[in-house]
Write a protein that binds this ligand. Structure first.
Ligand code: GLN
Length: 478
């Protein structure tokens, strides 16, 4: 019998006793050991605790108890989620050597569901970037072409799934950091509704935008992981109190009679190879019985500008806590003020400093109304425009990113070019809506292209039904 490679397959085999969790975890560790030297997806591999946890799951199965829906499933975690006693660096020198005293809520939920954490993955420092090149600990390479970036900021988690190291992983998405690397690495990536997944223990970047979500090799696996981590958490005041509907059941539902919106005023800029796959996605959904309808979302195009004021503003406040006193790095200096300056100058990389400067400026007296205040008004317009569009359509479709994976170094000296990677993903964060990227064939140089499915708040079930229909259409095309 061939060993299962999907999360659902592994969990079923482990629960039934036909495969051990120890074997599932060993296989993952072996692959990481053999190839992660070339990819650089992981910052920390937790081999020994993973082996112990897998053995405990096998013991539970042997004693007749059910370890849960992710029994024995190896999973990788973006290194900006707190793991008790396991380094959590945010790919920053500032947190090098810091050991969190507690687990993020998503981590305890994964453990309750039987998943086994095999390591922590690389990211752009504090999740600021679109290529994972802003890590203080080295670049991650795209498993489809090691001269290219995996996207970012959750590039390590996307690459870990694309390389076959783990069936599933977690990332965080503030402006596209799950969906864009999913698109560039040819895997599924989901940003849930704001408040669907607890942010307790996620190191804050921009608190009103940050959400944790899964990467997976297929839509059904992403649904199982999201079901395991979602749900109310009294420890996160923005967590949605209502239970999250079952998502797995939505996967086979189909799109018959569903209204799929085409945004007529979508910002231009996607490459022709990406546009071609995006058009093919509409055709596939129409073939599967959906109605394609035109909608307008006029403020969509201003999302990027608003985001690059709101996100840095929140970041400048959130990152004030790294002062050399409470966390990680400290550079000694004769007095406290000098210590703050020396520590922050040395501990933060260039992009993080740029965000802090931008955000501090946008919030400063005299500029607050013109920049931060105006960006907040644009955010309101985007939410209103989406609300109007969703009276005509059940979901909307866009490309995930304007291009396929680019060469390492191609955009590192041009922050604006890097920011433009997120044109299509940012509006969902500003509105607090769910969105997912589903691989939909290949573009230039045979590299993966992702299509993004957007849905209204708590519209995850419909979104997964559409994502799965795209996946089935691709299976048919293969
Ligand atoms: N690339 C965007 C940024 O640099 C989004 C990052 C994210 O979603 N964490 O801010």
């Amino acid at each position: 019998m061939s060993t299962p490679s999907t999360a659902i397959g592994i969990a079923a085999a482990v629960r039934s006793g036909s495969m051990s969790a120890v074997d599932a975890v060993e296989q993952s560790l072996e692959r990481i050991g053999a190839s992660d030297g070339d990819i650089g997806a992981f910052l920390t591999v937790t081999a020994s605790s993973a082996r112990d946890e897998a053995a405990a799951i096998d013991a539970a199965v042997a004693s007749g108890s059910d370890p849960g829906p992710l029994a024995g499933v190896p999973i990788a975690i973006k290194d900006n989620m707190c793991t008790r006693g396991i380094p959590t660096t945010c790919a920053s020198r500032m947190l090098d050597g810091w050991l969190p005293p507690y687990d993020a809520t998503v981590i305890s939920r994964l453990r309750t569901a039987g998943a086994v954490i095999v390591g922590k993955t690389n990211l752009d420092e504090f999740a600021m970037g679109s290529s994972t090149e802003n890590s203080a600990f080295g670049v991650t390479k795209n498993p489809h072409d090691p001269t290219r970036v995996p996207g970012g900021s959750s590039g390590g988690s996307a690459a870990a799934v694309a390389a076959g190291f783990v069936p599933v992983s977690l990332g965080s998405d503030t402006g596209g950091s799950i969906r864009q690397p999913a698109g560039l690495c040819g895997v599924v990536g989901v940003k849930p509704t704001y408040g669907a997944v607890s942010r307790l223990g996620l190191v804050a970047f921009a608190s009103s935008l940050d959400q944790i979500g899964p990467f997976a090799g297929n839509v059904a696996d992403a649904a199982v992981v999201l079901e395991a981590i979602a749900g109310h958490d009294p420890g996160d005041s923005t967590s949605i109190p209502e239970p999250f509907g079952p998502l797995g059941a939505a996967v086979p539902r189909g799109v018959e009679g569903m209204r799929v919106g085409r945004i007529t005023d979508l910002p231009a800029g996607a490459d022709p190879d990406v546009t071609e796959r995006f058009e093919a996605a509409f055709d596939a959904l129409a073939d599967a019985g959906a109605d394609i309808v035109d909608v307008e979302v006029p403020a969509f195009t201003y999302g990027l500008t608003a985001y690059y004021l709101i996100a840095p503003a929140e970041a400048s406040s959130n990152l004030a806590r790294y002062d050399g006193v409470r966390y990680g790095h400290r550079v000694a200096a004769p007095d406290t003020d000098a210590m703050y300056v020396a520590t922050r100058t040395d501990g933060f990389g260039a992009e993080v400093k740029r965000r802090i400067l931008l955000g501090t400026y946008a919030l400063s007296a005299g500029y607050y109304d013109a920049y931060y205040g105006k960006a907040q008004r644009v955010r309101r317009l985007i939410a209103d425009d989406f609300a109007r569009a969703y009276t005509h359509a059940d979901v909307l479709l866009t490309p995930t990113a304007p291009t396929v994976a680019f060469e390492i170094g191609a955009k590192s000296d041009d922050p604006l070019a890097m920011y433009l990677c997120d044109t299509y993903t940012i509006p969902s964060n500003l509105a607090g809506h769910p969105a997912m990227s589903v691989p939909f064939g290949t573009g230039a140089d045979g590299l993966p292209v992702g299509v993004q499915v957007l849905a209204p708040a708590v519209g995850e079930a419909t979104m997964f039904a559409v994502g799965a229909a795209l996946e089935r259409a691709m299976g048919a095309q293969r």
